[in-house]
Design a protein around this ligand. Structure first.
Ligand SMILES: Nc1nc2c(ncn2[C@@H]2O[C@@H]3COP(=O)(O)O[C@H]4[C@@H](O)[C@H](n5cnc6c(=O)[nH]c(N)nc65)O[C@@H]4COP(=O)(O)O[C@H]3[C@H]2O)c(=O)[nH]1
Length: 460
């Protein structure tokens, strides 16, 4: 808009609706991705526009809102040249930009994860929606006077505008927020579109809410809301439980569960992950007392995040646990994903320090990252965990079904022990065993369980 108004104002050779000015309006409108048209307004009448000179002036009505900078906004205008469409008009210094009313949310089309809704508080209709917008959010937000909430997956916020008679709703998956908000608010802000500004407000509410998810998580770390479950790892030939993977859980006081793949990235981005890893390790050390009494050779796998691999803190924590607890180095298996290794520049050093303490290290979710092979040759691992997505291809004709053979062969040639993840059928278990995979975990054998259940099931 700035560019269009400046260009039109600085062209002083002709009157506001002269042919040359209309040609300039047309060029400016055509070169913009977001403006449907540009026009000249006097006393609430559109006299001419990039569509030409309007023999009969078009009445626009009074603006709905005048901004602090003097911009006059008309939120819902029908123009005779596009009868079935509703436009948003922003007038500045006599010139007006014509924007399709849904444009403010159309810019989100390329991002299916972001859900947007614009609700008319006058007609009580959802004027527009994008992404997996859940109308139930409207009821929940209006019941709580538009206080943003986190439903375990999405952070949802609303921003009402009495002047425009709308409420904009924005919802973003908790783990994807920060960079997108910055990018989208910039884009919407530069449009200067009124409904865009309301959507922008909703997005900022969402961003603020993310910080409150951090504070919720921070206090949860001090309570039993954060706890561990254990998924057994079996020996494929004997089906004996030889170890378990510790998986963190967060249950809110209202009984709702928040998934680790949602809150771990939030903990990583908001500087809480080290505190969380420490809490996880202390809980595992505590839980291991009962487990090791039943089977002193049992191993417990723990996931590491990229930030854990950036400093020596993890080494100090492990040393403390080994010195003061029941755990021995050979009871532990630390799991790092390719994704975390990619982020951690010091990973090589930290992983080799962990191994020199006698603790085994696994590469987790193998094959789902970017440069898997280079990790296998540059870093030393003891175990390779085959990701569930490859196990799922066993017995199918999918294009990637042969990849699992190569992963197994590669691990064998590097003398790594293999654990297959996400085994759900007997057919998959038999296939893996026949191809030399020693260990597996998955719902076929057991789902993640509380430590008391694990202890009950371990054979002496
Ligand atoms: N459909 C299906 N799913 C199965 C089956 N067997 C296991 N799973 C699920 O697959 C995930 C395996 O964990 P992961 O790959 O380490 O992936 C983990 C890990 O990356 C992360 N995570 C979990 N706990 C921790 C933790 O304590 N610390 C860190 N840094 N990350 C964790 O969150 C991810 C998700 O964990 P969960 O939701 O617990 O989900 C777990 C587990 O419950 C199966 O047969 N079928």
């Amino acid at each position: 808009m700035d560019r269009a108004v400046t260009a039109l104002q600085s062209n002083t050779n002709s009157g506001p609706c002269a042919d040359a000015k209309i040609r300039l309006m047309r060029e400016l409108a055509l070169s913009s991705r977001y403006l449907q048209g540009i026009g000249y307004v006097s006393n609430d009448y559109l006299l001419c526009s990039s569509y030409g000179f309007h023999g009969k002036e078009i009445s626009l009505g009074r603006p709905d809102h005048i901004g602090k900078n003097g911009d006059a906004v008309r939120a819902s205008v029908n123009l005779p040249m596009a009868k079935n469409k509703t436009f948003l008009l922003v007038e500045r210094k006599g010139y007006v930009v014509i924007i399709h009313r849904d444009l403010a949310i159309d810019v989100f089309l390329n991002d299916p994860d972001i859900a947007i809704g614009i609700f008319s508080t006058i007609s009580h209709n959802l004027n527009a929606r994008r992404g997996s917008f859940d109308p139930a959010w409207i009821t929940r937000l209006s019941a709580s006077r538009n206080r943003p909430f986190f439903d375990g997956q999405f952070i949802v916020a609303a921003r009402p505008s009495a002047k425009l008679g709308i409420t904009a709703y924005a919802a973003i998956p908790g783990n994807r927020l920060a960079p997108r908000v910055r990018q989208l608010t910039w884009l919407l802000g530069s449009l200067g579109a009124a409904s865009g500004l309301v959507v922008m407000g909703a997005l900022w509410y969402v961003a603020k809410q993310r910080l409150s998810v951090r504070s919720l998580l921070k206090s949860a770390l001090k309570t039993s809301e954060i706890y561990m479950v254990y998924q057994p790892v079996v020996n494929l030939s004997t089906r004996e439980w030889i170890g378990a993977e510790a998986l963190v859980r967060w249950r809110r006081p209202d009984g709702s569960d928040i998934r680790p793949d949602i809150f771990i990235p939030i903990a990583e981005e908001t500087g809480l992950i080290q505190q969380m890893t420490l809490r996880i390790m202390e809980t595992v050390a505590h839980d291991s007392v009962g487990i090791l009494k039943k089977n002193p050779r049992f191993h417990i796998g723990m996931n590491l995040s990229g930030i854990d691999l950036e400093s020596n803190t993890i080494i100090e924590t492990l040393q403390r646990l080994l010195e003061h607890g029941h755990l021995r180095a050979n009871n532990l298996l630390l799991e790092a994903t390719e994704r975390t290794l990619l982020k951690a520049h010091l990973a090589n050093q930290v992983l080799s320090d962990i191994r020199s303490m006698g603790i085994a290290v696994a590469i987790d979710d193998f094959g789902t990252g970017y440069s898997s092979l280079s990790y296998l040759t540059e870093l030393k691992f003891d175990y390779l965990k085959i990701d569930k997505s490859f196990v799922d291809t066993i017995g199918t004709n999918s294009a990637t079904s042969h990849v699992i053979f190569h992963i197994i062969k590669m691990a064998q040639s590097l003398k790594l022990s293999i654990i297959a993840e996400g085994v759900e059928s007997e057919h998959q278990a038999r296939f893996l065993e026949q191809h030399g995979v020693q260990f597996a975990q998955g719902w076929l054998f057991a789902k993640p369980m509380l430590v008391a259940d694990l202890v009950d099931h371990i054979h002496r």
